[in-house]
Ligand binder design. Structure first.
Ligand code: FES
Ligand SMILES: [Fe+2]
Length: 418
């Protein structure tokens, strides 16, 4: 449970807010690269209550600048790409990728050099375009495998969810819901990962523990007593709004997720789907997504159609738990969007598996306090881009092992391999 003040602190992310400053201290993904290929159209971007436009100029350089023209406010995302920049449709002012005004064709006495324009640096990595909106020297975007692994093994998407960013982040580190919300008929496999998503079904609730790491927080969920023997998942919370859920079966892969506020009532959910040692089936992933995400970037299943819940689908041994089809992200969207736009965390009744959520809140509050005390945000990668203590795992483990001992083995193997 949080106090009202703490809930406000963690959910308000506009310019100048403490949480907004915290989130702005790291690079944030703003679009999937596929959304703006070379020669592609400008994209309106809303991030942390700021309206921007992402565009490629006629040399395919990327720029991110304020959306409203500094002349009289017309939306630049409708602009023309020409002459080394983006040209406003109203009076033809032209801006380059750094936001510099380079032409004012309708002006007798030009004053390009004194036109103020907000712009932010951009970088492409892991199939996404990222921006840094913080103060001072930007850190690096960490070299997670799901960002730097072979391109064929990765696929990146973004989707809009109509609730506060923190609800999205909570849902991905929640260790208990998979067995319920996402339960599918016995023996079936996830369409997206190909893995057995029922691996933990029928086991006792997991023993959940967390520990701090250089990049955020490690989360152990240990299931015992099922047909798999001891079954462990190591997921991670990653500063400032990311996580790395596993997708079943040790070694096959995992996902990076980022939950980036559009404003305080909606957020973009980035999926960095990744396989360690094999290509992902991009065509199948894109097709499955196209069937489930509408052109407005929201899930086809949404509150307006009651998430198309089908109660017949829920019946019998072959039924799903929630009656909302096969697309897990839409099921998660149902769970978090129906909590309310900003969930009231002052009246919750938390249980044993919710210690993960509570630990994450403490981690976030500590990070924000650290910044309010005048220090740098935690976990910024500045020198060596290597996360020596990062590990992600899911699978059966030996009876003699537990979460931390398995983690130490995996980290030792990782060090030996490098
Ligand atoms: S409003 Fe953009 S050029 Fe006038
Ligand atoms: Fe989920």
């Amino acid at each position: 449970m949080l106090t009202q003040a703490q809930n406000d602190l963690l959910t308000r992310t506009g310019p100048g807010t403490p949480c907004g400053e915290f989130l702005r201290s790291y690079w944030q993904p703003i679009a999937a690269s596929e959304e703006i290929p070379p020669g592609g159209d400008p994209l309106p971007i809303r991030i942390m209550s700021e309206d921007l436009v992402l565009f490629r100029d006629d040399k395919d350089r990327l720029g991110l600048i304020q959306r409203n023209c500094p002349h009289r406010g017309t939306d630049l995302s409708y602009g023309r790409i020409e002459d080394g920049g983006i040209r406003c449709l109203y009076h033809g002012w032209l801006f380059d990728v750094n936001g510099k005004c380079i032409d004012q064709p309708a002006e007798k006495r030009k004053f390009c050099d004194t036109v103020p324009m907000k712009s932010y640096p951009v970088q492409e990595k892991g199939g996404a375009i990222w921006t840094y909106m913080g103060k001072g020297e930007p850190p690096m975007i960490p070299d997670f495998q799901f960002l730097v692994g072979p391109e064929a093994n990765r696929q990146t998407f973004r989707t809009l969810q109509t609730c506060n960013w923190l609800q999205g982040l909570e849902s991905v580190i929640d260790p208990a819901h998979t067995t319920y919300l996402h339960r599918r008929p016995k023996g079936t496999r996830s369409i997206r990962s190909g893995n057995d998503v029922n691996a933990m079904r029928g086991t006792a609730p997991p023993e959940v523990t967390t520990e701090p790491t250089s990049f955020g927080m490690r989360i152990y969920a240990l299931h015992e007593g099922g047909s798999n023997g001891k079954y462990l998942r190591i997921n991670n919370y990653v500063y400032p709004c990311g996580a790395t859920p596993t997708t079943g079966n040790a070694g096959s892969g995992y996902q990076g997720r980022w939950y980036v506020p559009a404003d305080d009532g909606s957020h973009y959910y980035f999926e960095f789907i990744y396989k360690n040692a094999q290509p992902v089936d991009k065509d199948a992933l894109r097709k499955f997504r196209e069937e489930n995400v509408a052109p407005d970037m929201r899930h086809v299943r949404r509150a307006e159609n009651r998430y198309m819940q089908d109660r017949i689908e829920m019946k019998g041994p072959d039924g799903t738990f929630c009656g909302m089809g096969e697309y897990f992200p839409a099921q998660d969207a149902f769970a978090i969007e129906t909590q309310g736009v900003i969930r009231d965390r002052t009246t919750e009744n938390l249980g044993s598996t919710d210690i993960v959520i509570a630990s994450m809140f403490r981690t976030l509050l500590k990070a924000i306090q650290q910044m309010q005390d005048g220090k740098e945000a935690p976990g910024l990668v500045r020198d060596k881009n290597y996360l020596s203590d990062f590990v992600c795992f899911e699978g059966p483990i030996a009876e003699t092992e537990d979460g931390p001992s398995q983690c130490r083995k995996l980290l030792a193997a990782k060090t030996a391999a490098e």
